[in-house]
Design a protein around this ligand. Structure first.
Ligand SMILES: [Fe+2]
Length: 222
């Protein structure tokens, strides 16, 4: 029996088109790895406003200074990906953070903790051919939400702003595993637990002898 009996030419054309489409798309969909974009976090009030000459990957040393920043020196490293897990080369990675005492070099930071004249505090770098960025910095201290009232503390964190043409810019924060203040951090608690996890970096030993925190970032297509 001819199963196509009764079908019009238009029906056949449509069915063949659908079949061809499925045959083309299914294998690709089956092998494509899809990863979720990194959750956004608030920018906060302390994005740097005072221009500085040195914004390189080493935040522990300001060019021309003989002394280095105070605090525990750490490495922060990661890859920037798209949602198909493809590394993004030349992505702009803009990082800023509080110093060893929990103070930002920002005119609006009223925290009485001391400034560190040798801490760079801000870096703007680009990912390499394989999407990697690397920074050397100081482990930031927690800081009070308000300098004048008892309104809680923010856990240790580093702010990131990552951008690449063709992708939505992402503003987020990296946190440190084991920080007891994470349990009360509103910016984390508003996320599902699994999504919080991707913002919390683990400490691992590095061949340099420093502690390394890996923080990968996934951007979504604009
Ligand atoms: Fe902050």
């Amino acid at each position: 029996m001819n199963i196509r009996r009764g079908l019009t030419r238009r029906d056949l054309t449509r069915q063949l088109s659908i079949a061809a489409g499925v045959a083309t798309l299914s294998p690709a969909l089956a092998i494509a790895k899809v990863i979720k974009p990194t959750p956004a976090q608030v920018e906060g009030p302390f994005y740097p406003v005072v221009e500085q000459a040195d914004k390189d990957l080493d935040l522990t040393l300001i060019e021309g200074h003989s002394e280095t920043a105070t605090g525990e020196v750490i490495l922060v490293r990661g890859q920037v990906f798209d949602t198909r897990a493809r590394p993004l080369k030349n992505a702009l990675v803009d990082v800023w953070q509080a110093n060893h005492h929990g103070r930002y070099a920002h005119p609006d930071d009223k925290n009485p903790a001391p400034l560190d004249p040798h801490f760079q505090g801000w870096g703007v770098i680009r990912t390499d051919e394989n999407g990697w960025y690397n920074i050397k910095t100081i482990k930031p201290a927690p800081y009070p939400l308000s300098a004048v009232s008892e309104s809680g503390w923010r856990p240790r964190h580093i702010h990131f702003k990552v951008s690449q043409p063709g992708f939505d810019s992402l503003i987020t924060q990296m946190y440190f595993r084991g920080d007891p203040l994470l349990a009360q951090e509103e910016e984390l608690l508003r996320l599902p637990e699994a999504r919080r996890e991707v913002l919390i970096a683990d400490a691992t030993p590095d061949a340099s002898g420093l502690v390394l925190f890996q923080f990968d970032i996934v951007l979504t297509t604009a």
